[in-house]
Design a protein around this ligand. Structure first.
Ligand code: ZN
Length: 275
Protein backbone atom coordinates (compact mmCIF):
# COMPACT_ATOMS: atom_id res chain seq x y z
CA UNK A 1 0.00 0.00 0.00
CA UNK A 2 1.50 3.37 -0.99
CA UNK A 3 2.51 5.72 1.81
CA UNK A 4 3.14 9.51 1.87
CA UNK A 5 6.54 10.33 0.38
CA UNK A 6 8.32 12.91 2.56
CA UNK A 7 11.20 15.09 1.36
CA UNK A 8 12.89 17.38 3.91
CA UNK A 9 13.78 20.73 2.33
CA UNK A 10 16.26 23.38 3.40
CA UNK A 11 15.12 26.90 2.51
CA UNK A 12 17.91 29.19 3.69
CA UNK A 13 19.60 29.45 7.04
CA UNK A 14 20.30 31.88 9.84
CA UNK A 15 23.17 32.30 12.24
CA UNK A 16 22.87 32.71 15.97
CA UNK A 17 24.82 31.98 19.14
CA UNK A 18 25.10 28.26 19.93
CA UNK A 19 24.64 28.88 23.66
CA UNK A 20 21.18 30.38 23.00
CA UNK A 21 19.86 27.08 21.66
CA UNK A 22 21.10 24.49 24.15
CA UNK A 23 22.14 24.43 27.74
CA UNK A 24 25.93 24.27 27.93
CA UNK A 25 26.23 25.41 24.30
CA UNK A 26 29.41 27.04 22.99
CA UNK A 27 30.24 30.77 22.78
CA UNK A 28 30.34 30.64 19.00
CA UNK A 29 27.93 31.47 16.21
CA UNK A 30 26.19 28.42 14.78
CA UNK A 31 24.25 27.93 11.54
CA UNK A 32 20.61 26.91 11.70
CA UNK A 33 19.08 25.64 8.47
CA UNK A 34 15.46 26.66 7.94
CA UNK A 35 13.60 23.44 7.23
CA UNK A 36 10.36 22.61 5.47
CA UNK A 37 8.96 19.24 4.43
CA UNK A 38 7.24 18.28 1.21
CA UNK A 39 4.71 15.48 1.58
CA UNK A 40 3.53 13.69 -1.53
CA UNK A 41 0.26 11.94 -0.72
CA UNK A 42 -0.59 8.68 -2.52
CA UNK A 43 -3.53 10.44 -4.26
CA UNK A 44 -1.10 12.86 -5.94
CA UNK A 45 -1.67 15.91 -3.72
CA UNK A 46 1.42 17.68 -2.42
CA UNK A 47 1.34 19.19 1.07
CA UNK A 48 4.09 21.49 2.32
CA UNK A 49 4.81 21.78 6.04
CA UNK A 50 6.41 25.18 6.75
CA UNK A 51 8.17 27.25 4.11
CA UNK A 52 11.57 28.47 5.33
CA UNK A 53 12.85 31.89 4.32
CA UNK A 54 11.84 33.86 1.24
CA UNK A 55 12.11 37.27 -0.39
CA UNK A 56 9.27 38.54 1.78
CA UNK A 57 11.57 38.23 4.81
CA UNK A 58 14.08 40.63 3.28
CA UNK A 59 11.31 43.03 2.20
CA UNK A 60 9.83 42.98 5.70
CA UNK A 61 13.16 43.67 7.44
CA UNK A 62 14.48 46.43 5.17
CA UNK A 63 13.66 49.35 7.51
CA UNK A 64 14.08 49.92 11.22
CA UNK A 65 12.91 48.67 13.63
CA UNK A 66 12.50 45.41 11.66
CA UNK A 67 16.06 45.69 10.32
CA UNK A 68 17.26 44.76 13.83
CA UNK A 69 15.98 41.21 13.18
CA UNK A 70 18.61 40.83 10.42
CA UNK A 71 21.37 42.20 12.63
CA UNK A 72 20.68 39.85 15.53
CA UNK A 73 19.91 36.85 13.31
CA UNK A 74 21.79 37.13 10.00
CA UNK A 75 19.88 35.28 7.30
CA UNK A 76 21.19 33.73 4.13
CA UNK A 77 19.06 32.44 1.28
CA UNK A 78 20.97 31.26 -1.77
CA UNK A 79 18.92 31.51 -4.97
CA UNK A 80 19.21 27.74 -5.56
CA UNK A 81 17.64 27.17 -2.13
CA UNK A 82 14.52 29.26 -2.78
CA UNK A 83 11.22 27.50 -2.16
CA UNK A 84 10.02 27.54 -5.80
CA UNK A 85 13.36 25.96 -6.84
CA UNK A 86 13.14 23.35 -4.08
CA UNK A 87 9.62 22.46 -5.22
CA UNK A 88 10.76 22.03 -8.80
CA UNK A 89 8.28 24.62 -10.01
CA UNK A 90 5.31 22.50 -8.90
CA UNK A 91 3.28 24.39 -6.28
CA UNK A 92 1.84 22.38 -3.40
CA UNK A 93 -1.93 21.95 -3.05
CA UNK A 94 -1.79 22.94 0.64
CA UNK A 95 0.72 24.69 2.91
CA UNK A 96 0.58 24.05 6.67
CA UNK A 97 2.31 26.63 8.88
CA UNK A 98 3.45 25.14 12.21
CA UNK A 99 3.65 28.62 13.74
CA UNK A 100 3.97 32.17 12.47
CA UNK A 101 7.67 32.98 12.95
CA UNK A 102 9.22 34.61 9.87
CA UNK A 103 11.52 31.67 9.10
CA UNK A 104 8.50 29.36 8.81
CA UNK A 105 6.20 31.58 6.76
CA UNK A 106 8.26 33.92 4.52
CA UNK A 107 8.86 31.39 1.72
CA UNK A 108 5.12 31.11 1.18
CA UNK A 109 5.07 34.45 -0.62
CA UNK A 110 7.60 33.26 -3.21
CA UNK A 111 4.91 30.90 -4.53
CA UNK A 112 2.71 32.28 -7.27
CA UNK A 113 -0.22 31.84 -7.02
CA UNK A 114 -0.24 31.46 -3.23
CA UNK A 115 -1.53 27.97 -2.44
CA UNK A 116 -4.27 27.33 0.15
CA UNK A 117 -2.87 27.77 3.66
CA UNK A 118 -3.72 26.07 6.96
CA UNK A 119 -2.61 27.78 10.18
CA UNK A 120 -3.58 28.63 13.75
CA UNK A 121 -6.48 31.10 13.63
CA UNK A 122 -5.93 31.92 17.30
CA UNK A 123 -2.26 32.81 16.78
CA UNK A 124 -3.11 34.87 13.69
CA UNK A 125 -5.84 36.81 15.53
CA UNK A 126 -3.45 37.64 18.38
CA UNK A 127 -0.73 38.67 15.93
CA UNK A 128 -3.22 40.86 14.08
CA UNK A 129 -3.99 42.79 17.26
CA UNK A 130 -0.31 43.57 17.94
CA UNK A 131 1.53 46.85 17.40
CA UNK A 132 4.41 46.97 14.91
CA UNK A 133 7.01 46.48 17.66
CA UNK A 134 5.02 43.72 19.37
CA UNK A 135 4.71 41.83 16.07
CA UNK A 136 8.47 42.16 15.53
CA UNK A 137 9.14 40.83 19.03
CA UNK A 138 6.73 37.98 18.25
CA UNK A 139 9.02 37.03 15.35
CA UNK A 140 6.73 38.15 12.53
CA UNK A 141 7.68 41.60 11.14
CA UNK A 142 4.72 43.78 10.21
CA UNK A 143 4.81 43.40 6.42
CA UNK A 144 4.87 39.61 6.74
CA UNK A 145 2.12 39.74 9.35
CA UNK A 146 -0.05 41.89 7.10
CA UNK A 147 0.44 39.50 4.18
CA UNK A 148 -0.58 36.57 6.39
CA UNK A 149 -3.69 38.44 7.53
CA UNK A 150 -4.69 39.05 3.90
CA UNK A 151 -4.65 35.32 3.03
CA UNK A 152 -7.87 33.32 2.70
CA UNK A 153 -6.59 30.78 5.24
CA UNK A 154 -8.13 27.69 6.81
CA UNK A 155 -7.71 27.31 10.54
CA UNK A 156 -6.56 24.39 12.70
CA UNK A 157 -9.53 24.72 15.06
CA UNK A 158 -12.00 24.12 12.21
CA UNK A 159 -10.58 20.64 11.50
CA UNK A 160 -12.19 17.55 13.05
CA UNK A 161 -10.51 16.11 16.13
CA UNK A 162 -9.05 12.62 15.91
CA UNK A 163 -8.34 10.03 18.60
CA UNK A 164 -4.72 10.49 19.73
CA UNK A 165 -2.46 7.78 18.30
CA UNK A 166 -0.67 5.52 20.83
CA UNK A 167 1.87 7.62 22.78
CA UNK A 168 0.18 10.97 21.99
CA UNK A 169 -2.31 11.18 24.86
CA UNK A 170 -0.22 13.86 26.63
CA UNK A 171 -0.21 16.35 23.74
CA UNK A 172 -3.65 17.94 23.65
CA UNK A 173 -6.28 17.67 20.90
CA UNK A 174 -5.08 15.98 17.71
CA UNK A 175 -6.67 17.16 14.44
CA UNK A 176 -7.05 15.31 11.17
CA UNK A 177 -5.99 17.35 8.12
CA UNK A 178 -7.23 15.10 5.32
CA UNK A 179 -9.96 13.12 7.12
CA UNK A 180 -7.99 9.95 6.27
CA UNK A 181 -5.85 9.85 9.42
CA UNK A 182 -2.62 10.21 7.45
CA UNK A 183 -1.75 13.81 8.48
CA UNK A 184 -2.39 14.59 12.15
CA UNK A 185 -1.82 18.01 13.68
CA UNK A 186 -0.49 17.82 17.24
CA UNK A 187 -0.23 20.85 19.59
CA UNK A 188 3.37 21.60 20.64
CA UNK A 189 2.88 24.67 22.83
CA UNK A 190 5.65 26.81 24.29
CA UNK A 191 7.47 28.04 21.20
CA UNK A 192 5.88 30.92 19.29
CA UNK A 193 2.10 31.01 19.69
CA UNK A 194 -0.07 27.88 19.34
CA UNK A 195 2.64 25.87 17.56
CA UNK A 196 1.56 22.56 16.03
CA UNK A 197 3.57 19.63 14.72
CA UNK A 198 2.47 17.13 12.08
CA UNK A 199 2.45 13.38 12.72
CA UNK A 200 2.38 10.91 9.83
CA UNK A 201 1.57 7.42 11.15
CA UNK A 202 3.00 6.02 7.90
CA UNK A 203 5.46 7.62 5.50
CA UNK A 204 8.46 6.86 3.33
CA UNK A 205 10.52 7.43 6.54
CA UNK A 206 8.27 5.18 8.66
CA UNK A 207 6.17 6.86 11.35
CA UNK A 208 7.33 10.49 11.18
CA UNK A 209 6.72 13.45 13.49
CA UNK A 210 7.56 16.91 12.13
CA UNK A 211 8.06 18.83 15.37
CA UNK A 212 8.87 22.34 14.05
CA UNK A 213 10.71 24.31 16.78
CA UNK A 214 9.72 22.17 19.77
CA UNK A 215 13.41 21.16 19.80
CA UNK A 216 16.40 22.53 17.91
CA UNK A 217 17.73 19.04 17.23
CA UNK A 218 16.98 15.40 17.92
CA UNK A 219 20.30 15.28 19.76
CA UNK A 220 19.02 17.93 22.20
CA UNK A 221 16.00 15.73 22.96
CA UNK A 222 18.15 12.62 23.40
CA UNK A 223 20.55 14.39 25.74
CA UNK A 224 17.80 16.36 27.48
CA UNK A 225 19.45 19.71 26.70
CA UNK A 226 16.64 22.19 26.01
CA UNK A 227 17.54 25.81 25.28
CA UNK A 228 18.19 28.03 28.32
CA UNK A 229 15.16 29.63 29.94
CA UNK A 230 15.97 33.16 28.73
CA UNK A 231 15.81 31.97 25.10
CA UNK A 232 12.56 30.12 25.78
CA UNK A 233 10.95 33.13 27.43
CA UNK A 234 11.98 35.34 24.51
CA UNK A 235 10.47 32.99 21.92
CA UNK A 236 7.36 31.85 23.76
CA UNK A 237 6.33 30.36 27.11
CA UNK A 238 9.26 28.65 28.88
CA UNK A 239 7.20 26.42 31.17
CA UNK A 240 4.99 25.21 28.31
CA UNK A 241 8.08 24.59 26.13
CA UNK A 242 9.70 22.43 28.81
CA UNK A 243 6.46 20.46 29.28
CA UNK A 244 6.29 19.85 25.50
CA UNK A 245 9.99 18.90 25.47
CA UNK A 246 9.38 16.38 28.26
CA UNK A 247 6.34 14.98 26.42
CA UNK A 248 8.47 14.48 23.30
CA UNK A 249 11.12 12.67 25.33
CA UNK A 250 8.36 10.46 26.73
CA UNK A 251 7.14 9.74 23.20
CA UNK A 252 10.70 8.78 22.13
CA UNK A 253 10.85 6.26 24.98
CA UNK A 254 7.39 4.88 24.33
CA UNK A 255 7.58 4.78 20.54
CA UNK A 256 11.25 4.61 19.51
CA UNK A 257 10.24 3.66 15.96
CA UNK A 258 8.97 7.21 15.30
CA UNK A 259 11.42 9.52 13.51
CA UNK A 260 11.33 13.07 14.90
CA UNK A 261 12.24 15.88 12.52
CA UNK A 262 12.79 19.36 13.99
CA UNK A 263 12.71 22.31 11.57
CA UNK A 264 16.27 23.45 12.27
CA UNK A 265 18.02 20.13 12.86
CA UNK A 266 21.50 20.45 11.29
CA UNK A 267 21.91 16.68 10.93
CA UNK A 268 18.52 16.19 9.26
CA UNK A 269 19.05 19.11 6.88
CA UNK A 270 22.76 18.76 6.11
CA UNK A 271 23.74 20.42 2.86
CA UNK A 272 24.12 17.94 0.05
CA UNK A 273 26.11 20.39 -2.08
CA UNK A 274 29.74 21.22 -1.35
CA UNK A 275 30.97 24.77 -1.07
ZN1 ZN B 1 10.05 29.52 15.59
Amino acid sequence: MPVPEVTPLRIGECRGPDFATRRGGALRMARFPAGAALIGLPDGRRVLFDTGYGRAFFDATRALPERAYRWTTPVRLDPHESLPKALGGQPPSLVILSHLHADHVAGLFDLDPTPPVLLSGDALARLGAMSRVQALKAGCPRLLRDRLLALPAQFFHDLPQAAPPPGFAGFGPVRDVTGQGDLLLVPLPGHGDDQHGLFLPRSSHGPLFLIADAAWSVEALRRDTPPPRWTLARLGDAAAYLATFAALRGLMRQRPEITLLPAHCPQALARKDKR
